[in-house]
Write a protein that binds this ligand. Structure first.
Ligand code: HEM
Length: 246
C-alpha cells in the first residue's frame, strides 16, 4: 500500500471499464427489469384483469420488441468481448489455474488483493450471467418465431407449417386456419422445450442477479471500495497495484 508523508493512503487511478461495456451493463439491467416485468404480467395476466386473445398476443408482441433491444445489446457485448479491447474481452473471464484458490487463500491470510476487472469469484458469476442471458435470448427468439411468427425464425416456421396451397404469410398466431396439423404437431416439442428453458432460465437469472447484487455490495463495503462507482465512471481508485494489471 502506498502512503504519503502524513501516513495517508495514496490511491492511484486506473481505467477499468470502457464506455461500451458500461453502457451495455446499465442498458442490460434496465431491459432485463423491463422484460421480467412484462414476462411476469404475461404469466399472471388474469390476476391483472387481462383477458382475450388480442391482449395475450399484444403482450407477447411488446415483450418480443423489447426483447430485440435486449438481444441487440447482448449480441453487441458478446462481439465486443471477442473483438473489442483487451479489458473487455470475454477470454479475461476464464479463471486461470489455481486463481480462485489463491484468491481465497490470500483473503484468509488477511490480504486484500485488488483487481482492475472482476475478482476470481466475480468472474465465475459473470460467466454464469452471460451464459444465462444468452440462453434466454436464444430460447426467446425461438419462442418468438414458433409462437407469434416473429423474426428471425417466424417466416420459416410459417412456411413449414402452412398446409399445401396456403400462403405462409397469411397464417396468424393462435389460429389453426391454413395450418397443416401434422407439421404443427412436429414442432410442438421444440416449441414447448424452448418455452420451459426460457422461463426456468429467467428464474435462475433472478437468483443470480440477487446474488450478484449482494456480492457487489459486500465487496464494496469490505474489500474493494469504489467498484460500484467504477461501473459509472469507468475508473477504479486503488491503494495497491491491481493483480490483473496488464
Ligand atoms: C432477460 C430477458 C428476458 C426475460 C426476463 C424474459 C421473461 C419471460 C417470461 C417470464 C416469460 C413467461 C411468460 C409466460 O409464460 O406467459 C417469457 C415468455 C416469452 N418470451 Fe421472454 N424474456 C426475456 C427475453 C426474451 C427475448 C430476447 C425474446 C425474443 C425476442 C423473448 C420472447 C418471449 C416469448 C415469445 C415468450 C412467450 C412464450 C410463451 O408464450 O410461452 N423473451 N419471457
Amino acid at each position: 500500500m502506498q502512503t504519503n508523508t502524513a501516513g495517508e493512503v495514496r490511491l492511484s487511478r486506473y481505467k477499468a471499464w470502457d464506455l461500451p461495456t458500461r453502457l451495455f451493463h446499465w442498458i442490460n439491467l434496465l431491459l432485463v427489469l423491463l422484460m421480467m416485468t412484462i414476462g411476469g404480467v404475461m404469466m399472471f395476466k388474469s390476476d391483472f384483469g387481462i383477458s382475450g386473445l388480442d391482449a395475450k398476443i399484444g403482450l407477447k408482441t411488446l415483450h418480443v420488441w423489447i426483447g430485440y433491444a435486449f438481444a441487440i445489446n447482448l449480441a453487441f457485448r458478446l462481439l465486443w468481448g471477442l473483438f473489442g479491447p483487451i479489458k473487455a474481452r470475454l477470454g479475461k473471464l476464464l479463471p486461470k489455474k489455481g486463481e480462485l484458490a489463491g484468491y481465497r487463500a490470500a483473503l484468509k491470510k488477511g490480504e486484500n488483493p485488488q483487481y482492475l476487472g472482476h475478482n476470481p469469484a466475480g468472474k465465475l458469476a459473470v460467466i454464469a450471467l452471460f451464459g444465462l442471458l444468452t440462453l434466454i435470448m436464444v430460447t426467446g427468439l425461438v419462442r418468438a418465431g414458433t409462437d407469434i411468427f416473429y423474426p428471425p425464425l417466424g417466416g420459416m416456421v410459417q412456411e413449414y407449417i402452412a398446409a399445401d396451397g396456403v400462403e405462409p404469410a397469411s397464417l396468424k398466431p393462435y389460429d389453426d386456419t391454413g395450418v397443416n396439423p401434422d407439421k404443427a404437431a412436429a414442432i410442438k416439442g421444440a416449441k414447448g422445450l424452448a418455452g420451459k428453458v426460457h422461463v426456468y432460465s429467467v428464474y435462475l437469472l433472478l437468483l443470480l442477479i440477487l446474488l450478484h447484487i449482494v456480492a457487489v455490495i459486500h465487496a464494496e463495503r469490505k474489500r474493494q471500495p469504489g467498484i460500484i462507482s467504477a461501473m459509472f465512471s469507468g475508473n477504479k481508485y486503488l491503494p495497491t497495484t491491481p493483480v490483473d494489471k496488464d
